[in-house]
Write a protein that binds this ligand. Structure first.
Ligand SMILES: Cc1cc2nc3c(=O)[nH]c(=O)nc-3n(C[C@H](O)[C@H](O)[C@H](O)COP(=O)(O)OP(=O)(O)OC[C@H]3O[C@@H](n4cnc5c(N)ncnc54)[C@H](O)[C@@H]3O)c2cc1C
Length: 389
C-alpha cells in the first residue's frame, strides 16, 4: 500500500490531522492498534479552548458540538471556605466549551467515514522504518497478515505509550519530565452537575474538581495517593470524600448516583524535543503530557495538528517546506507555555505532602492574591481559555 502520509494512532490528534489532510486532498492512512469501539469508550478530556472549536468548525465536524456542547464563561476556585469566580468572558472576551473527548472522537470518526478516509483499526505490532531517509514506511499486522504502507511522511499521533517516540534513537531526542506524587480518582455519573460551571477546590485534604460532560452527566475528581487502587474507592467512599472537600453549599447540593466509569489517573508533566526526526513528526500526547489540572492535553494535541497540517499542506500544495521545517519550534513554543500553566495550576491547588504547612500557607496567600487582583485573574484566564495559535 502507498499513502502520502501515514498517521499512527486514531486518538484526537490522529483523527484531527487525518481530517485536515483529507479536506486538502492529501492521501493519509491512519493505523490504530485498538478497535474503534475501544477508542470511542475512552473517557478523558472535556474542556475545549476556542481554537479547537474553530478547528472542528473548519473541518465540518462541529454541528453536534454546537448543539450539545456547553459554553462556559467562567469557573470557580474554592479554598478556605470561600470562592473566587474567574470570569473568563469578562477578562478575556473568550469562553471554553464543555464537550466530551468521546463525542469529539465520534464526530471525527463519522466525518472521516463520510469523506472516505482509510483507518485501519486493530493494526498490531506497528513498526516505523527508514524515517531518516527519503522513503519511509510503516508496517503492521492486520488480520494475521503483514501490511506495509510506503509514504512520504509519518505522523506519530500514538499517545504517551506509543511506538513513534520510542522509535527515535535515544541520542536524537531529549525528554523533560516531572512526575507528581499523587493521582486523580475520577468518577463519571449520570447525575445533574453540582454547579453550572466547573469548581476547582484547594482543600486541606487535597484537590477536588467538579466537572461535567453535559447537563445530565457529571465528572468529579479527588486527589488521591498513587498507592491506592480503584477497588479501594467504592462509590460511597468517593462521594463522602468529595463532599468533605467541597464548599458547604456545593456539598449539600451534590447529587450522587452510581458511577458509570471510575479510574485513577497519574499526573505527569513531560515534553520531548524536538518534534521532528527526518520524515517523522510527533504530535499530541506522543510528544508531551500535561497534568489535567489546566485542561490542556487535548487542546495541545489540536494546536500541534494545526501547525503540522499547515506544514504538510504547504508542502504538497505550494511545494514549500518552510513550515514543515518550523513545525517543531512553532508547536513547542506553545507547548511549553501550556506546560508552565498546567504545572502552576497543579502546584497551586494540590496538597504536596513534602511541602508541609509552609507550602500550604504559600498556596493560600497566592489564592487570596488572585481573589483580590484583576491582573492575576486575567493572567490565569488568558492561559485557561488558550493562548493564540
Ligand atoms: C483523566 C484525564 C482528564 C483529561 N482532561 C482533559 C481536559 O479537560 N482537557 C484536555 O484538553 N485534555 C484532557 N486530558 C488529556 C487528553 O485526553 C489527551 O491529551 C488526549 O487524548 C491526547 O490525544 P492524542 O491523540 O495525542 O493521544 P491519545 O488520545 O492517547 O491517542 C493515541 C492513540 O494512539 C493509539 N496507539 C498507541 N500506541 C499505538 C501503536 N503502537 N500503534 C498504533 N496505535 C497506537 C492509541 O490506542 C490511541 O488511540 C485528560 C486526560 C486524562 C487522562
Amino acid at each position: 500500500m502507498r499513502a502520502q502520509v501515514v498517521i499512527v494512532g486514531a486518538g484526537p490528534a490522529g483523527l484531527l490531522l487525518g481530517q485536515c489532510l483529507l479536506q486538502s486532498g492529501i492521501d493519509a492512512v491512519i493505523l490504530e492498534q485498538r478497535p474503534a469501539q475501544y477508542v470511542l469508550g475512552r473517557v478523558r478530556a472535556g474542556v475545549l479552548e476556542s481554537g479547537v472549536v474553530a478547528l472542528l468548525e473548519r473541518l465540518g465536524a462541529a454541528d453536534r458540538l454546537h448543539a450539545e456542547g456547553l459554553v462556559h464563561e467562567g469557573f470557580d476556585i474554592a479554598f478556605a471556605g470561600g470562592r473566587v469566580r474567574i470570569d473568563l468572558a469578562g477578562l478575556t472576551g473568550k469562553t471554553v466549551t464543555v464537550y466530551g473527548q468521546t463525542e469529539i472522537t465520534k464526530d471525527l470518526m463519522d466525518a472521516r467515514a463520510a469523506a472516505g478516509g482509510n483507518t485501519v483499526y486493530e493494526a498490531l505490532d506497528v513498526a516505523l522504518h527508514d524515517f531518516e531517509a527519503e522513503r519511509p514506511s510503516v508496517s503492521c499486522i492486520k488480520d494475521g497478515k503483514t501490511l506495509t504502507v510506503e509514504c512520504d511522511f509519518i505522523a506519530g499521533c500514538d499517545g504517551f505509550h506509543g511506538i513513534s517516540r520510542a522509535s527515535v534513537p535515544a541520542g536524537a531526542i531529549r525528554n523533560y519530565e516531572r512526575v507528581y506524587p499523587f493521582g486523580w480518582m475520577g468518577v463519571l455519573a449520570d447525575t445533574q452537575p453540582v454547579s453550572e460551571e466547573l469548581i476547582y477546590v484547594s482543600h486541606e485534604r487535597g484537590f477536588a474538581l467538579c466537572s461535567q460532560r453535559s447537563r445530565t452527566r457529571s465528572r468529579y475528581y479527588v486527589q488521591c495517593p498513587l498507592s491506592e487502587q480503584v477497588d479501594e474507592w467504592p462509590d460511597e467512599r468517593f462521594w463522602a470524600e468529595l463532599r468533605r472537600r467541597l464548599p458547604a453549599d456545593a456539598a449539600s447540593a451534590l447529587v450522587v448516583g452510581p458511577s458509570i466509569e471510575k479510574s485513577i489517573a497519574p499526573l505527569r508533566s513531560f515534553v520531548a524535543e524536538p518534534l521532528r526526526f527526518g520524515r517523522l513528526f510527533l504530535a499530541g500526547d506522543a510528544a508531551h503530557i500535561v497534568p489535567p489540572t489546566g485542561a490542556k492535553g487535548l487542546n495541545l494535541a489540536a494546536s500541534d495538528v494545526h501547525y503540522l497540517a499547515e506544514g504538510l499542506i504547504a508542502f504538497y500544495k505550494n511545494k514549500n517546506s518552510v513550515e514543515l521545517e518550523n513545525y517543531s519550534a512553532r508547536a513547542l513554543a506553545r507547548v511549553w507555555k501550556a506546560e508552565r500553566f498546567s504545572w502552576w495550576m497543579t502546584k497551586l491547588l494540590h496538597r504536596f505532602p513534602e511541602e508541609g504547612d509552609f507550602g500550604r500557607r504559600m498556596q493560600l496567600a497566592e489564592l487570596e492574591y488572585i481573589s483580590a487582583s484583576r491582573a492575576a485573574q486575567t493572567a490565569l484566564a488568558e492561559n485557561y481559555v488558550g493562548l493564540p495559535y
